[in-house]
Design a protein around this ligand. Sequence first.
Ligand code: PEP
Ligand code: MG
Length: 579
Amino acid sequence: MTEQAETTTKPETTTKPETTTKPETRQGIGVSPGTAYGPVVQVAPPVRPPAHEPAVDDEEAALADVKAAFESVAVSLEQRATRVEDTAQQILKATALIARDKGLVKAASKELAAGHGRANSIANAVETYAAQFEALGGYFAERVADLRDVGSRAVAAVLGVAAPGVPAFSEPSVIVAEDLAPAETATLDRSLVVGIITEAGGRTSHTAILAAQMGIPAVVQLPHATQIPAGTPIALDGDSGEVTIAPDMSLVTAQRERAARRKEALAHLSGPGRTSDGAEIALLANIGGVDDAVAAGAQDLEGVGLFRTEFVYLSATRAPTVEEQAEIYRGVFAPFEGRRVVVRTLDAGADKPLKFADLGPEENPALGRRGLRLSAERPDLLDAQLEALAVAARETGADVRVMAPMVATAEEAAWFARRVRENGLPKAGVMIEVPGAALRARDVLGEVDFGSLGTNDLAQYTMAADRMQGALSDLLDPWQPAVLDVVGVACEGAAKVDRPIGVCGESAGDPLLALVLVGLGVTSLSMAPSKVPVVRLALSQHSVAECQALATAARGSRTAVDALHAVRDGARSELTDLL
Ligand code: PEP
Ligand code: MG
């Protein structure tokens, strides 16, 4: 839960509410917990090329200008990368690689030859590329935002005007945008940005994941967010998704009081996750690299439940060697001496392709050769990773466990477990994120030591809704009773073969949903570290039997909204009063 926003926000020094603006409440989707209040800073929209730009007379000189524009974008992204950490750095470097793509310059040179001006040539080249990315779907479609961001910056550079994006501002503010490129989110100044609101985006989009990781309260899918005038005071609740424009001070005060009560309730609680009747539910962190590990290691949590190793290599152009990998893994394990670290082997492909593990274009990458399927085609990559993990595990005192992404069958689980054990790693597990694996969890988990439910993908595949599509967020809602049914069946399967099963999707960090998940039978919850305290509190206030009753109420509901309401009504008011 983020209280910092409250304490760093100084509304009295911010732009005053326009007297004509009436308070108005709108509903979005809360994706990063905490409340915030401050003036709106609208992210500058993309710079468009002029409608009547004259054709160039010296094509060669124009091409040199275009190249220089792309290069200056790449350099500025790389410079920003040096000022940020880990996941943010990888994202910025990956975006800089787009700006250096030779194909983009080539496409722009064709546009120049066709008689377009410099700015229009850049814009047209980017749109040609964007159409190709969109057609490829999955990860590529998601990178369209980054690609257009690069294009818009290059257009600004060639026109000699200010770059698009977050303008300079000096007081604690709420950033509002159509959507934020991951590069933009990752590099926001945490001390000045008290909240984030986007008109687009989804529950499991990169913006949501990064905001939670950075501990900035955030709401996505807020209708007409970009039309809110800059400077308008705005209050947001990253738990409920409620946003109030020009709020009465009474609302802001109530929100602040609630945040203070929450802070007080959270302050008195520490240590391992436990229900009120003492059942142990491990509270774990989701991390993406060494800096995340160092930060999470210093927090009151029981270890790492998901280390997304592919995040480390998003911008790598060649496969890392065993020693290069071992170096990273040592850095991740070191802060967790005596605690568990669950490492997921490369989840490459679909929304997270790695240059060195590319099997070529696919019609439906999310349903294609991604995750463990890719490892099966490139066992050399898996073996190198397992070897490096084994080396680092031996040299550090962490309780290292390794799991595979995108497992669908018992044979795949057995194949993976054998390789893990052959490499001298003691514990093998699998992600349960494919409905087929969830339905047959007994067989799949029978082959390994533990399971971890990836509810982001499990929702995507159960509801047949692309998780990158903000417009489908209602279907992707983990409160969907069908998703809860699939989770419930997986937990029953795990119990039959006596294997522990946890959750490492975004749903684990929702305090009400966490109660439902525990009621369904999960024994660990892994989430952005900022979400751990409130989940610890929720567990401490409810017994296992109460969690089971909440799970029954949720699964007995007809719709996702009904399920949420049933649990909100059934949970203890000591918790719901704080949310
Ligand atoms: C998931 O699918 O829920 C998960 C945790 O993995 P990722 O979000 O990295 O796909
Ligand atoms: Mg997944």
